[in-house]
Design a protein around this ligand. Structure first.
Ligand code: T4K
Length: 417
């Protein structure tokens, strides 16, 4: 590795005194913007017809297209993925303990707790970052009422093994598929697996509808119950069949979702080309490993994940995040600190018996880097150069960092317990 001198480092890294490499932030999760002319035409139609919500034509078209992409399964669109998960747990009448990974966005756990269920966190697999079926078996109890797997980074869980466990127990197998639109397991699209799957169309997702989500299920009766629940329990104009809520997707969101879906092939191509560009720009750096996708399956490559091995990398993940933020590269630490170390779960008595070593290791070492529409290939090369410079001058950089006063409110000053 090159030995970089102090004055040269000051000229090369913003954290040591140089100007940030980017004059505006480069984000993880920059939304994919659909073709504007098509979107505006749809919005004109929406305004002309004055059909804005309540199972309008764009919602129906969006659901139909999603169904076709998922081997004809039922699709029930909702206002966001979190509410979709709550509705699903309610529709399945789940009561008691739910097994789920802690290594996920907090929404997965919140949806369970919101429904009055007891989340029991289990560990994930070291290589895939998805729920470990052996850990699920160990955590089963008489009160286990459902298993929730998360297809993290669009990588599908070990579906067959989980299906066998759930079948054996006679309990539902639910997938949080927020990241997995367009992904497959053994060549079969995401919506075909388990009892049901919940996808997200949040602004930052592969397919985005501003805010939105959908429940995909092969079970027609379940889909009918979900349709009642999302619309106050109404069947027809005056007939309320059951307790329901308002979880409907509106026409504006569906119009955005349709446009996003129409651009999906281009989004995958961009994400994949970004992944390849990062692989080249980070090649040979000690202790940095790019998360690999399963080449036998379809993926959307929406997340660009790098593991920073503390034994082999001269800088820690958190030090690299500091360096990158100073350059206006807003890298993220998804999903630090893990649900089990976040409020309100960290204070629950059950926590004391949970052992999640793989989760905790991933929480401490993973880095999400900007991809998708948020960066160009040249910018990825620049991000690689920032990381390379920092790593090649790790000792010198540390001495700068130790004399620097961390501004109050700096997001990574407080490390979660
Ligand atoms: N399950 C999983 C596994 C999930 O990842 C999620 C959501 C859910 C369930 C729940 O689904 P929804 O209920 O959301 O449908 C973001 C998203 O807000 C969240 O939806 C997503 N996961 C999570 C992974 O990422 P934050 O707290 O990181 O959001 P934020 O505002 O920091 O956005 C990330 C970056 O994206 C920003 O730095 C800038 C960029 N951005 C964001 C927005 C909203 C834009 O450029 N434009 C935008 O409009 O959670």
């Amino acid at each position: 590795m090159k030995n970089i001198k102090a004055d040269s480092l000051q000229r090369r890294l913003a954290i040591c005194g140089d100007q940030p490499r980017f004059n505006s932030p480069r984000y993880v999760g920059t939304p994919n913007i659909p073709n504007r002319a098509t979107l505006y035409a749809r919005l004109d139609q929406m305004l002309d017809t004055k059909r804005l919500s309540n199972d309008g034509p764009f919602v129906q078209e969006f659901e139909d297209r999603l169904s076709k992409l998922n081997d004809g399964v039922e699709v029930v669109s909702v206002s966001n993925g979190t509410v979709g998960m709550q509705l699903l747990l309610k529709a399945l009448d789940v009561a008691g303990e739910v097994l789920l990974p802690s290594f996920t966005f907090i929404a997965t756990a919140h949806a369970c707790l919101w429904q009055g269920l007891e989340p029991v966190f289990v560990d994930v697999d070291r290589k895939t970052h998805t729920i470990d079926p052996a850990a699920v078996v160990s955590a089963l109890s008489e009160r286990t009422a459902a298993i929730v797997g998360v297809h993290l980074w669009g990588r599908m869980c070990e579906v067959s093994e989980l299906e066998a466990i759930a079948r054996d127990r006679g309990i539902p197998l639910i997938f949080d598929a927020a990241h997995a639109v367009g992904c497959t397991y053994k060549g079969v699209p995401v919506g075909r697996h388990g009892t049901a799957s919940v996808v997200s169309f949040h602004a930052t997702k592969f397919i985005q509808s501003l805010e939105g989500g959908a429940i995909l299920t092969p079970d027609h009766d379940l889909a009918d119950r979900l349709r009642l629940l999302r619309n106050f329990g109404f069947q027809g104009y005056d007939n309320v069949m059951t307790l329901g809520t308002n979880a409907k997707m509106n026409e504006f969101c569906a119009a955005m979702g349709l446009g996003s879906l129409e651009g999906s092939d281009a989004h995958v191509a961009t994400n994949l080309s970004n992944w390849t560009a990062y692989r080249e720009s980070l090649a040979g750096l000690p202790g940095l490993r790019l998360y690999k996708y399963d080449e036998a399956e379809k993926n959307n490559f929406q997340y660009l994940i790098v593991e920073v091995d503390p034994q082999a990398s001269p800088l820690s993940r958190d030090e690299l995040v500091e360096v990158l933020h100073a350059e206006n590269v807003i890298a993220r630490r998804y999903f630090t600190p893990g649900c089990h170390r976040s409020g309100p779960y960290r204070d629950m008595p059950r926590r004391k018996s949970e052992r999640l070593p793989v989760t905790e290791q991933l929480c401490d070492t993973l880095l999400s880097l900007p991809t998708g529409a948020g960066v160009t290939t040249a910018e990825i090369a620049a991000i690689g150069d920032i990381i390379r410079t920092a790593i090649e001058s790790a000792d010198l950089l540390r001495s700068f960092l130790s004399t620097r006063r961390v501004p109050s409110g700096y997001p990574y000053a407080q490390i979660a317990p």
